[in-house]
Design a protein around this ligand. Structure first.
Ligand SMILES: [Zn+2]
Length: 310
């Protein structure tokens, strides 16, 4: 009797050890969500991102290997708001049956007309073009909305792995505090830029939420996705807007083709102040985490918009 109880205990113990050593397999659609999942999951998770750092999530097509590895995952975290147009087919192809987390669940989305922001400025001011727009998917660029992402990721990890719920709660709490501080720091550094100079030109319309949260104007010749190239008329209209405003500098995006911005630099004579991170992390260095990428963006914007202004 005593002996079999001891054996049962030993068995139970070794089972526990096996469980702890086996990390939760997390797949995220892109690198920013992968970092958030690592921050909340800590050592309990093994995270894979479908879209690699520095790669464009708008122009992605998953490989058969990725479909197979998704099939073995425990939890899938994606943005939602129609960012991942390829996801449904991938889920079907992989027979994925684990937990699904829509990171943007519960946020208030911004609705855009999907056209170039420079060209539709007047319509926006008249307020006539609301209602038939599409939701802007880039919600992580407002840190307050990103905090909701973290809450959703925490809940998903707890659902997939309830035995480590306390750890996920602790990690998320610490991370949310960091994000709170990040939000305040960005707010302060953007407010320090004279308002007339807070005009940023980027390749595609990725920064709507950043603009909304931190009161910076963003202009771009292309729409919400990098998939549609701007027309010559879009480019000409944007050049007019740039000339009518005191735009101090142009910015590249790490995950978009630099050609549009290079062409604008040539035609307007404006300097290119550096590279902003919008839809992907860097593979190493400062911008290889979400917090680091947002700090990099804020620092680059304050430098680019103040030192280049007349
Ligand atoms: Zn984008």
């Amino acid at each position: 009797m005593r002996k079999s109880l001891a054996l049962a205990l030993l068995l139970a113990l070794s089972l526990n050890v096996t469980q702890a050593a086996e990390p939760l397999r997390v797949v995220t659609s892109f690198s920013i969500l992968a970092d958030m999942a690592k921050q909340v999951g800590g050592e309990q998770v093994d995270v894979t991102s479908l879209v690699a750092p520095n790669s464009d999530i708008h122009a992605f097509s998953p490989s058969p290997t990725q479909a197979r590895s998704l099939g073995q995952a425990d939890i899938l975290i994606f943005n939602g708001l129609q960012l991942e147009g390829w996801l449904k087919r991938l889920i079907d192809a992989s027979d994925y049956a684990g937990v699904r987390v829509t990171a943007s669940d519960g946020i208030t989305p911004l609705v855009s007309d999907g056209h170039a922001s420079g060209a539709s400025e007047d319509e926006h001011e008249d307020g006539h073009d609301h209602g038939h727009g599409e939701a802007d998917p880039h919600a992580w660029l407002d840190v307050a909305r990103a905090q909701q992402y973290v809450v959703n990721i925490r809940e998903g990890l707890i659902e997939a792995d309830p035995s480590n719920a306390a750890r996920y709660r602790d990690n998320a709490e610490r991370y949310l505090e960091q994000l709170e501080e990040l939000d305040q720091d960005i707010r302060a550094s953007m407010a320090a830029i004279p308002e007339a100079q807070r005009v940023v030109v980027t390749g595609h319309q990725a920064f709507g939420y950043f603009a909304d949260a931190y009161h910076v104007r963003f202009l771009s010749p292309a729409g919400l996705s990098t998939a549609a190239a701007p027309s010559a008329a879009d480019m000409a209209r944007l050049i007019d807007v740039i000339r009518d405003n005191q735009v101090p500098a142009l910015f590249l995006e790490n995950n978009a083709n630099p050609g549009i911005i290079e062409q604008l630099a040539e035609e307007t004579g404006l300097p290119i102040a550096g590279t902003l991170y919008s839809g992907a992390l860097a593979s190493d260095g400062e911008a290889s985490t979400y917090v680091g990428m947002m700090r990099h963006n804020a620092t680059l914007l304050s430098k680019g918009l103040t030192t280049n202004a007349d």
